[in-house]
Design a protein around this ligand. Structure first.
Ligand code: ACM
Length: 493
């Protein structure tokens, strides 16, 4: 039985030899410059997976038979399931002692390597073995994300890289970073230096805070891009803005800068549409953010603006969306953004099942795409059960099976299924202060969300998933990642 998560489109055992990955294993790629680049990155990823350096060899003969122990990467259009046009499709074959991963594009090779990582099992001699198998695979949804709040508590570059590496294993491809909130501003904005100078040094409970410099943000994006993951930065407006109001006094109607906020209430802060300083601020911040962002999307928040008049909300949000569009980016906003005409052509992110859902379906009819993050399913900061020491419970308790057993196309009545671009887990960090706590909330639930996003409805099955996920825990432990023993899974002792 193969324990691949998320479940691929097709997995079939083959006859014959297993592949032995040892210190003699070579990673073989084509000779193009892009393939060399791919090879260098993949040798690094693979080396980390198996815990030893992998040597890279370029071959210009695509028909050359692999030597036993080789791992061959090929760019090939004719791969993956029939009918799939996804760049992330791939075919993996372990046969006659060698492994061949072929895909039409870099992203697909990375997904195939993730599958390879899950097929590897350690041998008593310190190597790894891959059974003879053929996997033909492609994702259901193109957006498979994780949203991480680094505002309530700050997580630095090393922690973010650990999270990205975890996402890579489960074929997630969007890392959404919530970079500003009442409690702190977490990204250097060159035209607005006071944001980080004055409003980054604290967090929930009064801890030290922190922020990413432009160079660090770039480093995160490059690390993600090498794993075919796009970073979507979020600056939340017009609510959740106490940190901005703390940094720039002129954003406040009384001209007095706010104090740092270290609590966990929401909905009390707002930008003011009537102040000239507000538009200057939005132009500077979203302009800089757009130019610092490698991917096509920038998130403008838009949630829980309880202190903002309806008309002012529209003025502020549509202005920011226009700044982003003028800079060539697609605006993304939380569910409340659906009510703004400026969401047409953008992306609306569902999060609260008790807010009105009809505006989301209406925004989709007007041309918006939709990312689904229903709080009662994929908010991974919700407690697993009553009395759980970490997390909140406003959207209920979310056990592993809750994150697994739901169907995206049934989440929002009247929503055109074609408008759904994907699924995104979210983890808010009011109660999470370090990587151990964060990873305990992510694992195992993040893998369930990954399967909902990757695997077609007809191939998903809780019992099968529960068996496969039980075979993953040793990998988390090997990587020093804390996890929660969810019930309903026969975890190995
Ligand atoms: C949210 O959880 N306020 C988007």
């Amino acid at each position: 039985m193969f324990t691949i998560v998320p479940q691929p489109v097709e997995v079939r055992s083959l006859e014959g030899e297993s592949a032995h990955i040892t210190s003699a294993t070579r990673l073989v790629t084509g000779t193009g410059g892009a393939e060399l680049e791919l090879g260098v990155v993949l040798a690094g990823i693979l080396g980390t997976l198996v815990g030893q350096a992998i040597s890279l060899v370029q071959s210009d003969d695509p028909d050359e038979a692999p030597q036993p122990g080789d791992i061959v990467m090929r760019i090939d259009e004719a791969t993956g399931p029939a009918g799939s046009t996804s760049d992330e499709r791939y075919t993996l074959e372990s046969r006659d002692g060698a492994v061949v991963v072929s895909a039409p594009a870099y992203a697909g090779v990375v997904r195939g390597v993730a599958t390879l990582g899950q097929l590897l099992s350690p041998t008593s001699t310190g190597g790894f073995v891959v059974p003879p198998v053929r996997v033909v695979d492609a994702p259901r949804y193109p957006w498979r994300g994780l949203s991480l709040d680094v505002a309530r508590h700050f997580f630095g570059v090393d922690d973010i890289k650990r999270v990205i590496a975890l996402m890579t294993r489960y074929k997630l491809n969007v890392l959404h970073l919530h970079l500003s909130d009442d409690q702190g501003w977490r990204l250097e904005i060159p035209s607005r230096p006071e944001l980080t100078a004055r409003a980054s040094g604290s967090s929930v409970g009064g801890g030290p805070g922190g922020f990413f410099t432009v160079a660090e943000f770039d480093e995160i994006q490059r690390f993600a891009q090498a794993r075919a993951i796009t970073v979507v930065p979020e600056i939340d407006i017009p609510g959740h803005t106490n940190a901005a109001l703390q940094a720039y006094a002129e954003l406040n109607p009384d001209g007095v800068a706010k104090d740092a906020y270290t609590g966990i209430e929401v909905g009390f802060s707002t930008l003011d549409a009537s102040l000239p300083a507000t538009k200057d601020f939005l132009r500077d911040v979203f302009g800089d953010l757009a130019s610092m962002t490698q991917g096509p999307w920038v998130h403008l928040g838009g949630d829980e603006a309880h202190g903002t008049e309806r008309e002012d909300y529209e003025t502020i949000v549509s202005f920011a969306a226009d700044v982003l569009r003028d800079a060539g980016k697609v605006p993304v906003g939380w569910q409340e953004f659906a009510a703004s005409p400026s969401s047409a052509g953008g992306i609306v992110q569902l999060w609260h099942m008790e807010l009105e859902l009809e505006p989301v379906a209406a925004a989709a009819r007007a041309g918006a795409q939709v990312v689904l993050s229903p709080g009662n399913r994929v908010y991974l900061d919700m407690k697993y059960h009553e009395g759980y020491p970490l997390g909140l419970d406003w959207a209920g308790h979310v056990e592993l099976r809750d994150s697994y057993d739901w169907e995206p196309t049934e989440a929002v009545p009247g929503l055109d299924p074609e408008a759904i671009v994907g699924i995104e887990a979210a983890v808010w960090t009011e109660t999470l202060t370090n990587l151990d706590e964060l990873s305990t909330m992510l694992l195992p639930r993040l893998t369930a969300v990954a399967e909902v996003a990757w695997t077609a409805r007809e191939l998903r099955d809780w019992d099968s998933y529960a068996r496969r996920i039980a075979g993953q825990a040793w990998r988390w432990e090997r990587n020093g990642l804390s996890w929660h023993r969810s019930p309903g899974v026969d975890w190995a002792e």
